[in-house]
Design a binder for this molecule. Structure first.
Ligand code: GDP
Length: 201
């Protein structure tokens, strides 16, 4: 509410940033992902296939202690839930160190094959896209979400194999994060304006 008041923006002007990760591209899901966004009245306003450098990826994911600790904390909580030992797999129980390790695996994964980046616009697009994509862990994602329909990975499987969770898509979590990511990935590219039949006119 405050966000829209502050920006005097109609909800359908909201933009979010989406990456189809290497597993999504390699599974042939580019068309399916775009279809699901478009069928919910979301509009693709910029798009490109590319291979990310490690530096670009490093600047994409936050590296604040808070973000790294959150990632480490999530991992630790999952381990406790399933009775696995963080100490055995990571050699430490320090949440910051665990978060740093997972972030490194993420960068390895995201630079392993081409991805498709896009800017998606539409009513509350940040929340809508996250809903269509589903929660982070594919094995917990509802059927009907992209992750629930096309992936089955888990944190424990990924950590044992020392890699990031394969969950097909990255999508911004907040409008502020979206603004930052759009600037980072589409800084020099045009973001297009056009009217979709039945939505904008
Ligand atoms: P997202 O916003 O749904 O992508 O999730 P996060 O921001 O929490 O995490 C970023 C990415 O890190 C996720 O999309 C996963 O690919 C990966 N990831 C998250 N948690 C874990 C974990 O516990 N273990 C591993 N190996 N990867 C994880």
């Amino acid at each position: 509410m405050g966000y829209y008041r502050a920006h005097m923006m109609h909800p359908k002007e909201e933009k979010t940033f989406v990456l189809i990760k290497p597993d999504g591209v390699r599974k042939g899901l580019i068309g399916e992902v775009i279809k699901r966004f478009e069928q919910r009245d979301l509009k693709i306003v910029a798009m490109e296939m590319f291979l990310s450098t490690r530096v670009e990826m490093d600047n994409h994911y936050p590296k604040t202690e808070a973000w790294l600790t959150r990632l480490g904390d999530k991992t630790t909580t999952t381990y406790e839930k399933y009775g696995h030992s963080v100490k055995r797999d990571f050699g430490t129980t320090d949440k910051l160190k665990v978060g740093k390790e997972v972030r490194k695996w993420l960068i390895d994964f995201m630079t392993s094959a081409p991805m498709v980046k896009m800017v998606v616009q539409g009513v509350h697009s940040v929340d809508m896209v996250r809903k269509i994509v589903g929660p982070t862990m594919p094995y917990l994602a509802e059927m009907g979400t992209i992750r629930g329909d096309y992936s089955a990975d888990s944190a424990i499987s990924a950590n044992i194999e020392k890699r990031a969770v394969y969950n097909l898509i990255h999508a911004s979590e907040t409008p502020e994060e979206a603004a930052h990511e759009i600037k980072h990935w589409f800084g020099k590219h045009p973001i297009y304006k056009y009217k979709r039949f039945g939505i904008d006119e």
